[in-house]
Design a protein around this ligand. Structure first.
Ligand code: ZN
Length: 129
C-alpha cells in the first residue's frame, strides 16, 4: 500500500490528486486501484476537472445540505464536515491498464476536505489482475 500525505489550505475544498494517485501505481501493471481516505471529515470523488466551477458548485450544494448553523448534537463543532464526508464516501475504485489510470476525458480524482486546513493521508492500494 502507498500512503500519500497532502496539506489542505482551506476549510472546505477539492484538491486534484489524480497525478499523485497515478505516481503510486506500479509501471506497466494492470488491475484495480483503491483510493481510500482514512478521515471522518474528508472524502474522495471522481468528477469533472476541466471547469473548477463544477467543484465550487458541489461544495456550495454541500453547504446547503449540511449548513454551519444547523442544530447538531455532536459538540466538536465539525458536524458539517462529518455529513459532507458521508455524502462523498471514503473511497473510489479505479481501473488501471498497463500502469495508467483509466478515466474519462473530463474525469479527475479529487480529495474532498470538509474540516481543514489539515495534513491528510490518502491510501492507495493496487491489486493486479
Ligand atoms: Zn467531530
Amino acid at each position: 500500500m502507498e500512503v500519500i500525505t497532502i496539506k489542505t489550505s482551506r476549510k472546505t475544498q477539492f484538491l486534484d490528486i489524480t497525478d499523485l494517485v497515478q505516481k503510486a501505481i506500479p509501471e506497466n501493471k494492470s488491475g484495480i486501484c483503491v483510493v481510500y481516505v482514512p478521515h471522518t471529515t474528508a472524502g474522495v470523488i471522481v468528477n469533472e476537472g476541466a471547469d473548477p466551477d463544477v467543484q465550487r458548485d458541489i461544495l456550495n450544494i454541500f453547504d446547503k445540505l449540511a449548513p454551519e448553523d444547523f442544530h447538531y448534537y455532536h459538540i466538536e463543532g465539525n458536524s458539517p464536515g462529518h455529513v459532507k464526508s458521508t455524502l462523498t464516501g471514503p473511497s473510489v475504485v479505479l481501473i488501471v491498464e498497463k500502469g495508467k489510470l483509466v478515466l474519462g476525458t473530463w474525469q479527475r480524482i479529487f480529495f474532498g476536505e470538509y474540516d481543514g486546513p489539515r495534513t491528510r493521508k490518502i491510501y492507495v492500494k493496487f491489486i493486479e489482475g
